[in-house]
Design a protein around this ligand. Structure first.
Ligand SMILES: [Zn+2]
Length: 465
């Protein structure tokens, strides 16, 4: 796209480096908080639309799970019950207060939908939270959906008096793919949510492209995206549950690529493959962080986000404290401890003399210590501002034989290539044609252009077809 100011990204600007890594208190801190609202939990992603949130008073909408109408007002978080965990523990861990967890669960127990003494790992809870976009607007729980492994499903929704009502959801749901598409204006996250995608779909989209793209500097206004994802719809055609991304496309400044979710029948390993049958997965990620909400902050005159230079030797991703940081590749943790100006620091040794390092973390991922084996995409820590950092960001380094290199300039070969097997390629092309037919059937999605300024004033979503 032409006509954009050429000054918006300057990864080699020496001045920017010191700002972020050494003396950037006001810049990074201020911008990050304004932008992200200081969210902290892994799954939390506060809605950015206070006006819409305030207008979201009609709780009957929630009973019918009409998220398509006002997806921006609320945050949804899903997690599966762990071994030895109580439902109450789970809800609190996902962001409910202890009192809310109690009030929401009690009617489910009272109705004997679920016996609290016999809950089993594998049960999935989905919390719908409202608010939380800033410290003075605390998130509060407005619905809990519990789904057991046999797919029986219950929802407990808040009444205006603070109590909760529990309902058994009838299984009249049918699968239906949904499609969102549009153009990035301020951030991909905002643009996709504006059109009805859920938080998880945008996170998944970012993860698919995390191997190819630096989400902070390379996703830019004017980039076009398309996401097709599974959903379950009720008898009125409204989505009550959103699922896997089955197609992801980016047509952007840095990259133009389409990816199809596919499970090759020979090894059964699911992955995203481009039109040529090449896997999205590479040896290391360029954006080893939950990149959905990263923004290039288009138009900012002070761009504090550093790229690699000889002095800086890493790439910075400004993100709220608590944003999950992923292992960029599979390997072994060499170090997970405090280290001078790096603060809380993790370094991973990969194959072929590669290492990756992650600095300024607020805390480490579960089980991450020296000697731990990690797989690509595992959460190894959370963004923070420890050490010589004065605003929350991830400082990411790639080292080859002990020397830092510019991670963004590395071009690793793709993972699996289905074209190496005629049979697997044919299978993929058949699947691809099916997905393309689904996309065509969904028609041209409406394109809603949204800017930060006018998004707060909107109350409805157009663009879903
Ligand atoms: Zn840095």
């Amino acid at each position: 796209m032409s006509g954009m100011p050429s000054s918006k990204v300057s990864p080699l600007h020496i001045g920017a480096i010191s700002v972020t890594c050494l003396i950037g208190a006001g810049l990074i801190g201020g911008i990050a908080h304004q932008k992200f609202g200081g969210g902290s939990a892994e799954a939390s992603s506060p809605a950015e639309h206070p006006v819409a949130a305030a207008a979201f008073g009609d709780l009957t909408r929630l009973v019918t799970a009409d998220f398509a109408v006002q997806p921006r007002a609320v945050t949804q978080v899903s997690r599966t019950l762990g071994r030895g965990e109580t439902l109450s523990d789970l809800l609190i861990d996902m962001g409910a207060s202890p009192a809310e967890a109690h009030r929401a669960l009690q009617p489910i127990f009272d109705a004997e939908f679920i016996d609290p003494r016999r809950v089993r790992p594998g049960l999935t809870a989905t919390l719908t939270l409202e608010g939380g976009e800033s410290a003075d607007i605390p998130a509060h729980l407005i619905a809990v959906n519990l789904r057991s492994e046999n797919d029986s499903s219950f929802i407990s929704t808040a009444r205006t008096d603070g109590g909760f009502d529990a309902t058994r959801l009838e299984a009249r749901l049918t699968p239906a793919p949904l499609r969102v598409a549009g153009e990035v204006t301020t951030s991909l996250y905002e643009a996709a949510l504006e059109q009805g995608a859920g938080d998880q779909q945008v996170v998944d989209f970012a993860k698919i492209f995390a191997y190819d793209v630096d989400f902070q500097r390379q996703i830019q206004p004017g980039d076009k995206f398309e996401i097709v994802y599974e959903s379950m719809v009720d008898e009125r055609g409204r989505p009550v549950r959103l699922g896997n991304v089955i197609f992801a496309s980016l047509d952007g400044h840095a990259l133009t690529r389409d990816f199809y979710f596919h499970v090759p029948s020979d090894d059964g390993v699911s992955d995203y493959f481009d039109s040529n049958g090449d896997s999205a997965t590479k040896f290391l990620m360029k954006t080893p962080i939950n990149g959905a909400r990263l923004s290039s902050r288009f138009g900012s005159r002070r761009h504090p986000i550093s790229g690699y230079t000889r002095m800086h030797k890493g790439t910075d991703f400004a993100a709220p404290t608590g944003t999950p940081v992923y292992a960029a590749g599979t390997g072994t943790v060499e170090r997970a401890s405090r280290w001078g100006t790096y603060g809380n620091y993790v370094r991973i040794r990969h194959a072929n003399g590669y290492q990756t390092a992650y600095a300024h973390l607020s805390r480490y991922g579960a089980g991450i210590r020296s000697g731990s084996a990690v797989r690509q995409g595992d959460v190894i820590g959370y963004v923070g501002s420890t050490g010589g950092s004065t605003g929350p960001h991830l400082h990411y380094e790639v080292l080859i034989d002990g020397r830092q290199v510019d991670a963004m300039s590395l071009n690793f070969p793709t993972g699996r290539k289905l074209s190496e097997s005629a049979e697997m390629m044919e299978e993929f092309l058949t699947h691809k044609a099916e997905v393309d037919a689904i996309r065509a059937g969904l028609g041209a999605p409406g394109i809603t252009l949204v800017t930060a300024e006018d998004s707060a004033a909107e109350t409805g979503v157009e663009g879903r077809t």
